[in-house]
Ligand binder design. Structure first.
Ligand SMILES: NC(=O)C1=CN([C@@H]2O[C@H](COP(=O)(O)OP(=O)(O)OC[C@H]3O[C@@H](n4cnc5c(N)ncnc54)[C@H](O)[C@@H]3O)[C@@H](O)[C@H]2O)C=CC1
Ligand SMILES: O=C(O)C1=NCCCC1
Length: 305
């Protein structure tokens, strides 16, 4: 009979997950995904259930990596909260299963996993797509994702200047001025906001800059304007995900040039010399790889006790 599932909660996930181990595994998984070999990896576009009364969605994000023996799903609830709300923007749980027997091996906190794997994939996008010698990083947003992005970008790169812009409803009149100031001249811009209308405008973005766009994960939500979308070479984590869920892509009518995995596999070029947008939607396989790493680390620690 199978062992009962282990529960690995937030503090422990935080102790076990490290960017230096996570990033190479995510790069391999992104590459595998882009080969579209179902004998290697299966990951459908997430299913979303609207939570109309609460202005949110529940996303179900399964992934199966046959050769790695990894089967998992994440449940993630995300909300279009009013700014200043004390309720969380996202809550997530990852379930890791044994693919042969179908039993649950572990249930783990998905918030740290979501924060870290999302930031790690944005850092991979910057590694692949930003111009050599990039000096100025701008982060738009000051929530959970802003912090994880700051942490991993500081660990991986050596920017000379980091600008963090925070939206406050109370200072709406200064909103656009300070935003423009934060963005002008930046080499890399990370958008990690909960906004549903464009917050980043192409006219402010330096030619050749790289933008990692992480928010606006619904077909009618935007973070970037049409000018930027049309000027940039657009990359995504998953083409199908982007075409089903990204308002910035669907409503601007632009095409996804490549997935990050295509660049990793060498089947599509990295246009570092041009303005690039990486549109991140989040993928079940990113959670699967992270959960496997957490579980393996957990087992290694517990076998020593
Ligand atoms: N692509 C992916 O894989 C993932 C995307 N996300 C998305 O990333 C975004 C940030 O997530 P968290 O940091 O967890 O949220 P959070 O609630 O911790 O932070 C959100 C930030 O957005 C700002 N904000 C809210 N309304 C705004 C507006 N109208 N204009 C500009 N800024 C505004 C807030 O002041 C705050 O700084 C959300 O849209 C979330 O859905 C989250 C997880 C994974
Ligand atoms: O991939 C995820 O996890 C999420 N993606 C978009 C919205 C919040 C969570």
């Amino acid at each position: 009979m199978a062992n009962p599932p282990v529960i690995i909660w937030k503090d422990e996930v935080e102790r076990l997950l490290r960017y230096r181990e996570l990033i190479p595994r995510l790069e391999v998984a992104l590459g595998k995904f882009s080969w579209r070999d179902s004998a290697e990896l299966i990951q459908p576009v997430r299913t979303t259930v609207p939570l109309q009364k609460h202005d949110g969605f529940m996303g179900l994000m399964p992934a199966y990596m046959e050769n790695d023996g990894v089967l998992s799903t994440k449940f993630v609830c995300f909300y279009k909260r009013e700014d200043g709300s004390t309720l969380p923007a996202t809550q997530a749980t990852v379930v890791l299963l044994d693919p042969e027997y179908g039993n649950v091996k572990a249930v783990m906190d998905g918030e740290v996993i979501t924060d870290m794997r999302t930031a790690a994939v944005s850092a991979i996008s910057a590694k692949l797509l930003m111009r050599p010698g990039a000096e100025v990083l701008a982060i738009l947003g000051t929530g959970r994702q802003a912090l994880s992005h700051y942490n991993v970008f500081m660990e991986m790169f050596s920017f000379k200047e980091v600008r963090v812009w925070s939206h406050t409803k109370e200072r709406a009149e200064r909103f656009r001025d300070s935003l423009e100031e934060a963005v002008r001249g930046a080499d890399v811009i990370v958008t990690v906001t909960r906004c549903t209308e464009p917050v980043l405008f192409g006219q402010w973005v330096k030619a050749g800059a790289h933008v990692a766009a992480v928010g606006a994960c619904r077909p009618n939500w935007r973070e970037l304007d049409d000018v930027l979308m049309k000027e940039a070479v657009v990359y995504a984590d998953s083409r199908e995900g982007a075409m089903a869920e990204s308002g910035d892509i669907i409503l601007s009518g632009v095409k996804v040039f490549a997935e990050l995995g295509d660049v990793i596999n060498g089947t599509k070029p990295a246009h570092r010399e041009k303005t690039t947008v990486f549109k991140s939607l989040g993928m079940g396989v990113q959670d699967a790889v992270s959960a496997k790493l957490v579980f393996d680390q957990w087992k290694a620690r517990h076998s020593q006790l």
